[in-house]
Design a protein. Sequence first.
Length: 141
Amino acid sequence: MAISEEHVGRSYPPTAPYVVSAAKIAEFAAAIGDDNPAYAGSEPVAPPTFVAVISSTAWQAMFDDPELGLALRRIVHGDQRFEYRRALRAGDAVTAQLRIDKVRTRGTADIISSSVEVRTLDQELVCTASATFFHSHEAAA
């Protein structure tokens, strides 16, 4: 079976807890070349795009869902947006839960819109990460 509009609303279980550490924040900031002092020190906050690290585990649950028939080699990540309630901080333990928001088929591609809610273990919403993926169909034999 292939992904379709019937899958809109599907959600996956929350990921295992991820503990945000000062070391991971520093590594990420260095990788993106951002030396903002807010990402260092004794109480660092994470760069806004850091949440993609956490979201990727939730995306993987969708990519691995056999009912959707997705192939990672045929997926292009087309768009990414983050809506923060508060900054992600060192010491936060969070989970991520994905929901499929919209599926459209255009020609030989599926356009999949998803959202990932990143929450603390106390269920405080920290950020919603929205992403759009383009999935090309297999070439006809």
